[in-house]
Design a protein around this ligand. Structure first.
Ligand code: UD1
Length: 436
């Protein structure tokens, strides 16, 4: 067990290459169990969440390994030998994305109700509604969701909210259903589009991904895919952009799709940050003082909830009053308490946070309360006076590939060190209060 130490005060300078998208990779790995032939995936980040998903898929009986070049090769020839065990599924909310693929291909899925970051209620009613509309029979037995079907039937599914996970689960299941499925009010996130492109590479017939109506013509079986490269991670990119702005740095991000970053770029520009976009690169520069801004998180193409905490850290030292409204996950403001320990002035009321910019943050001992909270504390640490010690690094490792190495290459002073004995006590109580 270790902690991340960030010594603040250095402005980030240089270039950083962005890794493949965590959330797209997790969904695509689940879709790969529907492929009857070999699948080769590139640009899948070797982060903890992916490692857990690889273990889950291996537990189903799939052959899966990483080549020396970094690609993932997956082959699932027959029905699952066993269903995902609880100790793995509980670590990863995205394990729920196996429900659709397994019931569609094998007629049976048993998924322990998932864990993941403790950022809100995160129900699965929309996933269930969609799968039931396709003819699956669902039941909950001793904490495990059981889905059964002979052959799924295409149908029209209206989502009350454009949930990313529900759109992905239903879209995957519909690929092997008989006839047409139409998902209305579908999520439009780039990761949904990436998943649809991968499914089409396997021989599926998905149209409209990226709009709010997705149409899927079911096919009898899916083949393989010789090479599919996952899109860059817009949230990792966004985190480095905010870190560059927060340290008044000058950073070029390589291997990004600037279009996916538009909601963030618009807000950074409003705050006075200079952002230059090229084909697959973005340059972020902040020299002078920044302006306070208001943010509302929304489904894509609105401002992403996964960037809200990092922006809160940035705004905590911007003079004036910024207002943040969190519309997606109700527990995403837990990070405010940690930022307050560093001297930030933030008032939270329900889904609203009012941030009064202070001149400087001070380094402190803090702990990540979820993945993006961890990223926000790194941003805060980079601009703080003195050292910030961040506990619960396990959250950060879930979603950021080589974070310290990338930060160091930009000039940051950051390292890991073992937790001290009194911090270990805190760690145990933190573990008990987590959602697992
Ligand atoms: C995905 C992302 C996560 C991101 C989120 C929103 C992955 C692995 N994770 O999470 O990083 O923050 O999208 O962009 O891709 N909801 C329901 N019923 C449901 C499903 C969701 O009410 O059946 C609600 C949730 O409680 C939440 C909102 O819908 O308030 C959005 O959730 P959703 O889009 O499903 O997020 P995830 O797929 O869990």
């Amino acid at each position: 067990m270790d902690k991340l130490v960030v010594a603040g005060g250095t402005s980030l300078q240089g270039r950083v290459a962005i890794s493949g998208a965590k959330n797209a990779s997790l969904a695509i790995l689940c879709a790969a169990v529907m492929a009857t032939e070999l699948v080769t995936l590139e640009n899948v980040p070797d982060i903890r969440d992916v490692q857990v998903m690889v273990e889950i898929i291996r537990s189903l009986g799939a052959q899966i390994h990483r080549t020396p070049g970094g690609s993932l090769r997956i082959l699932m020839t027959g029905p699952p030998e066993e269903m995902p065990p609880y100790h793995l599924a509980k670590q990863l909310r995205a394990s729920n994305l196996l429900l659709g693929p397994l019931v569609a291909r094998f007629g049976r899925a048993e998924i322990p109700l998932p864990g993941g970051c403790n950022i809100g209620l995160r129900p699965m009613d929309l996933h269930f509604k969609g799968l039931i509309a396709l003819g699956a029979q669902l039941s909950l037995e001793r904490g495990t969701v059981i889905a059964r079907a002979t052959r799924l039937e295409g149908n029209r599914v209206y989502l009350d909210f454009p949930s990313v996970g529900a759109t992905e689960n239903i879209m995957m299941a519909a690929c092997l259903a008989r006839g047409q499925t139409v998902i209305e009010n579908a999520a439009r996130e780039p990761e949904v589009v990436d998943l649809a492109n991968f499914l089409n590479c396997l021989g599926a017939r998905v149209r409209g991904a990226g709009t709010d109506v997705i149409k899927i013509e079911g096919v009898d079986s899916l083949g393989g895919c010789l090479r599919y490269a996952v899109i860059p991670d817009r949230i990792e990119a966004g985190t480095f952009m905010v870190a560059a702005a927060a340290t008044r740095g000058d950073v070029v991000l390589e291997n990004v799709i600037p279009r996916h970053l538009e909601p963030l770029i618009a807000k950074l520009r409003e705050a006075g940050v200079e952002v230059e976009e090229e084909e697959d690169r973005v340059r972020v520069r902040a020299t002078g003082p920044l302006n306070p801004i208001d943010i509302k998180t929304m489904p894509y193409p609105g401002f992403p909830t996964d960037m809200q905490s990092q922006m809160m850290a940035l705004l905590s030292t911007v003079p004036g009053t910024s207002v943040i409204v969190e519309n997606i996950f109700e527990n995403r403001f837990k990070v405010a308490d940690e930022l307050k320990r560093m001297g930030a002035r933030i008032k939270v009321e329900g889904r609203l946070a009012v941030v009064e910019g202070v001149e400087r943050l001070q380094g402190a001992c803090v702990r990540a309360t979820d993945l993006r909270a961890g990223a926000a504390l790194v941003v805060a640490g980079l601009m703080a006076e003195g050292e910030t010690h961040i506990g619960n690094t396990i959250y950060i490792d879930r979603g950021y590939f080589n974070l310290e190495r990338k930060l160091k290459m930009l000039g940051a002073r950051v390292w890991r060190t073992p937790l001290e004995s009194d911090e270990l006590v805190g760690k145990e109580s933190a573990k008990k209060s987590a959602s697992f």
